[in-house]
Design a protein around this ligand. Structure first.
Ligand code: ADP
Length: 163
């Protein structure tokens, strides 16, 4: 069985991420959507909230597991028994960072490899950061994220909290 890890912050998951998962499922038998815990990065949703939100959004996909990890991605991959990572590419700006990360990971583990999927024309401008910013100022993000996420963003922004 070929499985791959799709790591990211997913704060929150967007339609851009969902499209990558759906296309990734055509390449792999199973995908693990893995939330990277980063205590130094301020997030809007806690890791537990993100896990719940992603599970809801991907409920219909039996071949997807949602998890979270600490530390190095290569170590997490080893624990999960795979060397394959899936990432999405939106723009040239993504490329530079992804190129460095893919090579650093391969340096740490020569068996490691990253598969990149180019974003679709409907999703190239969507990022979790912009979704958070627009929602914070009361903008409508319902066409950019799954329905459950939109609802939670409105609630979160009303409360004005973050973790
Ligand atoms: P963001 O940069 O939106 O905070 P993440 O850290 O959660 O995203 O990203 C996880 C992966 O998903 C990265 O490879 C990122 O490039 C990819 N990704 C994020 N948004 C999109 C999108 N709209 N289309 C394609 N890939 C995306």
């Amino acid at each position: 069985m070929r499985h791959a890890i799709y790591p990211g912050s997913f704060d929150p998951i967007t339609n851009g991420h969902l499209a990558i998962v759906e296309r990734g499922l055509r390449l792999f038998d199973k995908l693990i959507v893995a939330i990277a815990r980063n205590p130094r990065k301020q997030s809007l949703f806690s890791v537990e909230e993100r896990k719940e939100i992603i599970s809801e959004a991907l409920d219909q996909h039996a071949r997807v597991e949602v998890d979270a990890f600490d530390g190095l991605l290569v170590d997490y991959c080893k624990r999960r028994g795979t060397h394959m990572v899936l990432r999405g590419l939106r723009a040239v700006s993504d490329f530079e960072y992804e190129f460095q990360m893919a090579n650093m990971n391969r340096k740490l583990d020569p068996g490691f490899d990253t598969v990149f999927l180019m974003t679709g024309e409907d999703h190239f401008y969507i990022s979790s950061q912009f979704v958070r910013e627009v929602a914070t100022f009361g903008g409508d993000v319902s066409c950019l994220v799954p329905p459950g996420v939109s609802k939670r963003l409105i609630e979160k922004c009303k409360k004005g909290d973050g973790t």
